[in-house]
Ligand binder design. Structure first.
Ligand code: NAG
Ligand code: NAG
Ligand code: NAG
Ligand code: NAG
Length: 493
């Protein structure tokens, strides 16, 4: 677009605004059906006919192909490295994502549960003895060998079961997903993200550590095990065959994940990065990270019993249960960040859906709002909290509390007929004069449409836009919608 040319898409049409105002001021219902979000885009007339035809037929065949290969929860097997001593205290985390009716999963224990302890929530297998494998990492733990062999044990278990069963394609295990018993998975998002990849090809999918130093000590080419990772069934078959002989060459490594990545690199396979897996090698307050999640579905969270509770006035388990309430209502949208600007009140507002809303005074450029405030501290305690500690974009968290954004945390969330409503309550900090324009603001209500579990959107995501509905005083209403074709996320676009 030419500079200065009017942008027909930058503001919602007046009728839509009027409609939103109607919703806000009619108290009877939160969920009236909304008009379609954006009119269908006209096909630009500078595309020649044969090209149009070509692109249409390509997109048709792609969408047929993706429907046929849609990965569901049924196609995923979760293998969780655990132990008889750790699983009892991890049960609250496991119970968030594990549903006996829909999740295929096994815990891998070192020995049978004691008679006095609770029954494991998940069915379990007892790992084989690993005493024949060498382990030499100083002050490490040789359970890392058992952890690495979970890949082989999970594959062998299913292969054996499958060989004796008459399976149809819907039940076929396409992916093996590995994690620890303190990994909180978001299984619906995993199924959606794994649909991007062909399980018949060799894929090793996960994420590196947030900590630069951790990656430097291990490798930048491995999926960290606490964040969890996925291996396609075809690759799991090959790896399970060679794993034991490969493990003999790596007694000097610390963890199970590093052993697996080493053996995969011997097979010639490289890590495919998916930013939704979170090892969370940081300490303290995760706020800055969670409020700026990458534009990709949330797949896992880890170390939640080491960091501070992620919501105020809740303990660690209650806090993650609270976030999971939002994840149950709209899993694809949880933590997704949307930013809106209010020129007349001179405000920048960032919504991390299902978690928190931040209000900043003034006009912050979008890339700055997407960088994580360093509310957290480095994994290695002696490290200074500087940007160079991390492999993600961060910015300084002001020492002066009055320079920080005003934050609203998720209070409740509800849905109906495809529309979702979430409410965030102000977290008051003592002794700051605050921002005049929002002096009386107690809560923020966010309307959104349930984010479609559509593979095209996962392959080529675009951030959504939002509007702040005027006027506001004690309560602010924000509507999240698809952006216009050439709409920019900026205050004066
Ligand atoms: C699993 O299915 C059974 C029978 O359909 C049902 O009673 C139970 O509530 C379900 N459990 C969960 C956790 O959804
Ligand atoms: C958190 O609080 C709940 C009660 O709401 C309690 O049952 C649980 O043990 C607490 N968890 C921790 C880790 O303190
Ligand atoms: C908007 O807020 C910023 C930051 O507080 C301030 O520097 C600027 O003067 C304000 N602009 C207007 C027009 O009020
Ligand atoms: C905004 O809320 C405050 C505090 O309740 C109230 O005193 C004030 O009159 C309200 N302003 C408007 C314009 O409604």
């Amino acid at each position: 677009m030419r500079p200065g040319a009017p942008n027909p898409h930058s503001k919602p049409p007046p009728s839509r605004l009027r409609f939103l105002l109607l919703i806000i001021f009619s108290t009877s219902t939160f969920f009236p059906p909304l008009p379609p979000l954006t009119p269908p885009l006209p096909i630009p007339n500078n595309i020649h006919h044969h090209q149009q035809h070509l692109s249409l037929s390509t997109s048709t065949s792609t969408s047929t192909a993706t429907t046929a290969t849609q990965t569901t929860l049924n196609n995923i097997f979760f293998a969780i490295a655990s132990s008889a001593s750790s699983y009892p205290r991890r049960t609250p985390f496991l119970s968030l994502w594990y549903d006996p009716n829909t999740t295929r999963a096994r815990l891998f224990l070192d020995k049978p549960p004691t008679n006095t302890g609770p029954t494991p929530l998940l069915p379990y297998l007892i790992s084989a003895d690993t005493s024949r494998f060498p382990y030499s990492y100083p002050r490490g733990h040789r359970s890392a060998i058992r952890g690495a062999r979970v890949v082989k044990e999970a594959f062998d278990f299913n292969h054996h079961t499958n060989a004796n069963a008459n399976h149809n394609d819907d039940d076929q295990i396409r992916w093996y997903v590995f994690g620890d018993d303190d990994t909180v998975f978001f299984p619906h998002n995993l199924a959606r993200v794994l649909t991007k990849y062909d399980h018949n090809k060799w894929y090793y999918i996960g994420s590196i550590s947030e900590s630069f130093e951790q990656n430097l000590r291990m490798t930048f080419g491995m999926a960290y095990g606490g964040g969890g990772f996925a291996i396609s069934s075809s690759l799991a078959m090959a790896l399970s065959k060679v794993l034991d002989s490969c493990l003999m060459r790596y007694p000097h490594l610390y963890g199970s994940d590093h052993r697996i990545s080493s053996c995969l690199s011997e097979l010639g396979v490289h890590l495919t990065l998916e930013p939704g897996f979170h090892q969370l090698d940081v300490r303290g307050d995760l706020f800055g990270l969670l409020a700026t999640h990458p534009l990709s579905p949330l797949l896992s969270l880890h170390h939640l019993e080491i960091v501070d509770p992620i919501f105020p006035k809740k303990n660690q388990t209650e806090a993650v249960q609270h976030l999971y309430k939002a994840a149950r209502v709209d899993p694809g949208r949880v933590l997704q960040q949307t930013v809106c600007y209010d020129l007349s009140s001179n405000l920048t507002v960032s919504v991390a859906w299902g978690y928190a809303v931040q209000v900043f005074e003034g006009n912050l450029l979008l890339p700055d709002v997407l960088a994580s405030l360093r509310t957290f501290t480095p994994w290695r305690r002696r490290g200074k909290n500087m940007a160079s500690q991390y492999v993600i974009d961060t910015r300084e968290y002001p020492l002066d509390p009055c320079q920080r954004p005003v934050v609203f945390f998720l209070e409740d969330v509800a849905s109906g007929t495809g529309r979702v409503w979430s409410r965030y309550r102000r977290h008051r900090t003592k002794g700051c004069p605050g921002i005049d324009a929002i002096e009386n603001l107690n809560d923020v209500r966010v309307f959104s449409k349930k984010l479609l579990q559509d593979v095209d959107k996962v392959m080529a995501p675009r951030r959504e836009c939002c509007d702040i509905i005027h006027p506001f005083n004690k309560s602010m209403v924000i509507d999240i919608r698809r952006c216009g074709f050439d709409e920019l996320i900026a205050m004066n676009a």
